[in-house]
Write a protein that binds this ligand. Structure first.
Ligand code: ASP
Length: 434
C-alpha cells in the first residue's frame, strides 16, 4: 500500500481549529459591517459547512450505538458480566458527578465569583421541571424501538440493543448467524466513522470560524470571575480528579490517557455536544485506548447521556454565583439538594449544546433561587459549554478504561502504543481484503 506520510488526524484537526478561530477573529475585526462576507461567507459557507458536519456526526450515532452494542452484548459468554459491568459503570458515573458538583460548590463558595455582579442584564428565563426518578426509569423503555431510533433517544436505544443482544446470544445457530451480520456491520460503520474523520478538519474549521465571528467576548470580561472559577474547576476535575482516579483504578499512566483523548476533546470542544462526539469518543476508547467493544459500546453512549460532570460543575459554580449575586444565603440542606437535583437532572438529558442551562433552571427552582440569574451567565455560556463538554466526554472515556481494566477487557499493549488506532483511521477506497 502506498503509505505517503501525511499529518496525523490530531494535527489536522488542530490546524482546522486554530485557522477557524483566527479567521473568525479576522472577520470580526476587519469585515464586521461587510454585508457580502456576512451573507455568503459567515452565514453561507461557514454556517452550511458546520451544520453539515454536525449532521454527519449525528447521522452515525444511532446506527453506531445499536450495532456495536448488539455486537458487544451478544459476544458476552456469561450474562452476569452485563449486570456487573453496568453496575460498576453507573456507580462510577454517579460518584464522579457528585464529586464534580461538590468540588464546584466548594470552589464557588471559596472564591465568591458572584459578589458585586452586575444584575442589570437579568431578564426572564423559562424554567423546566426536574424529572422524577420514576419518570427517568420509565422513559428508558421504548414503546417502539424504531421510534426511539428515529428520535435519537439514546437510553431507549441502549435498552433495546441490550435486550436484542441478549436474545441473539441465546438463539443458538440462528443467533450466531445474526451476530456475524452485526459484527460485519460494525466494521462497516467504523469505516464510516473513519470516512467522516477525513473531513473533520474542515468541519471544525467552519464551526470555529462561524462561532468566533460572533462570540461576545465583552460578556466574558464582565463575568471574568465566574468564567475563571468555572474554567479552573473544570480543569481541576478534568486533570486531577480523573488523573488520580485513573491511576488508582488502572495503575496506568494518566498522561498517556490524556494524550490519547486529544481528538475526542477537540470534537467535543468544537461541537459542544457529547452526543455528536459519540462516534469519535467510541473510536478513541476502542482503537486508541484498547477498550474492548463489549465495554466501550455500552459505557460511551451511556456516559454521553447520563454522565455530565462538566455540566454538573457549571451548575455548582453557577448556583453559588447566582446566590451571591442576589445576596441569598444557601443552607447546608440547600447544597445537598443541589447535589441531588443536579445529579438526577443530568441523567436522561441528552448531551446537546446548551442543555446544561435548562438543567440549571431545575436546580435553581429546587433551592428557590431566581431564574433570572441564568440570564446573567447566558452570554458567556457558549464557550464554557465547549469546555465542559470536553470534560463530560473525558469522564466517559476514563470510566470506560477503568471498567475495561477491571473486567480484563483492556488491551494494554494498545493503550501503551502511542500510534495505536492510526491504521483504523485510514480510509482508502480499495478493497481491504484484496
Ligand atoms: N453541551 C453539553 C454536552 O453535550 C451539555 C451541556 O452542558 O449543555 O455534553
Amino acid at each position: 500500500m502506498n503509505t505517503k506520510k501525511t499529518l496525523s488526524l490530531t494535527s489536522r484537526v488542530i490546524i482546522g481549529m486554530v485557522a477557524g478561530i483566527l479567521t473568525g477573529f479576522i472577520i470580526r475585526s476587519l469585515f464586521a459591517d461587510n454585508g457580502f462576507v456576512d451573507a455568503y461567507i459567515v452565514n453561507g459557507l461557514f454556517d452550511v459547512g458546520g451544520k453539515i458536519f454536525i449532521a454527519s456526526l449525528k447521522m452515525l450515532v444511532v446506527p453506531l450505538i445499536f450495532v456495536s452494542l448488539v455486537c458487544g452484548v451478544s459476544s458476552l459468554k456469561d450474562m452476569s458480566t452485563l449486570g456487573r459491568m453496568g453496575g460498576k459503570t453507573l456507580a462510577f458515573y454517579i460518584t464522579t458527578t457528585a464529586v464534580a458538583i461538590t468540588l464546584a460548590l466548594t470552589m464557588g463558595t471559596l472564591f465568591h465569583p458572584g459578589e458585586g455582579a452586575d444584575l442589570t442584564a437579568a431578564s426572564n428565563f423559562q424554567s423546566a421541571e426536574a424529572p422524577s426518578l420514576g419518570q427517568v426509569l420509565i422513559d428508558m423503555f421504548p414503546t417502539n424501538p424504531i421510534n426511539a431510533m428515529a428520535e435519537g433517544k439514546t437510553l431507549q436505544v441502549l435498552v433495546f440493543a441490550i435486550l436484542f443482544g441478549v436474545a441473539v446470544s441465546a438463539s443458538g445457530k440462528a443467533g450466531e448467524r445474526i451476530a456475524g451480520v452485526f459484527s460485519d456491520l460494525n466494521e462497516v460503520i467504523m469505516k464510516l466513522v473513519a470516512l467522516l474523520m477525513l473531513v473533520a478538519p474542515y468541519g471544525v474549521f467552519f464551526l470555529m470560524a462561524k462561532l468566533f465571528t460572533s462570540l461576545g467576548l465583552d460578556a466574558i470580561i464582565n463575568l471574568a470571575a465566574y468564567f475563571l472559577v468555572l474554567t479552573a474547576t473544570l480543569l481541576i476535575h478534568g486533570f486531577v480528579t480523573y488523573g488520580v482516579m485513573f491511576k488508582i483504578f488502572t495503575g496506568l499512566n494518566p498522561m498517556t490517557f490524556f494524550r490519547k483523548m486529544e481528538d475526542a476533546i477537540m470534537f467535543a470542544f468544537s461541537t459542544a455536544s457529547s452526543n455528536a462526539t459519540i462516534p469519535v469518543s467510541m473510536e478513541t476508547a476502542k482503537n486508541r485506548m484498547g477498550v474492548d467493544n463489549k465495554i466501550a459500546s455500552f459505557t460511551i453512549p451511556l456516559g454521553a447521556t447520563v454522565n455530565m460532570d462538566g455540566t454538573a460543575i457549571m451548575q455548582g459554580v453557577a448556583t453559588a454565583f447566582i446566590a451571591q449575586a442576589f445576596n441569598i444565603d444557601l443552607s447546608m440542606g440547600d447544597y445537598l439538594s443541589v447535589i441531588l437535583t443536579a445529579t438526577l437532572a443530568s441523567i436522561g438529558t441528552a448531551g446537546v449544546p446548551g442543555v446544561g442551562l435548562v438543567m440549571l433552571a431545575m436546580v435553581l427552582n429546587q433551592v428557590g433561587l431566581p431564574l433570572e440569574g441564568i440570564a446573567l451567565i447566558m452570554g458567556v455560556d457558549r464557550l464554557l459549554d465547549m469546555i465542559r463538554t470536553a470534560v463530560n466526554i473525558t469522564g466517559d472515556n476514563c470510566v470506560s478504561v477503568i471498567v475495561a481494566k477491571s473486567e480484563g477487557a483492556l488491551d494494554e499493549s494498545r493503550f501503551l502504543d502511542p500510534n495505536a488506532g492510526e491504521k483504523e483511521e485510514e480510509f482508502t477506497l480499495s478493497n481491504q481484503d484484496a
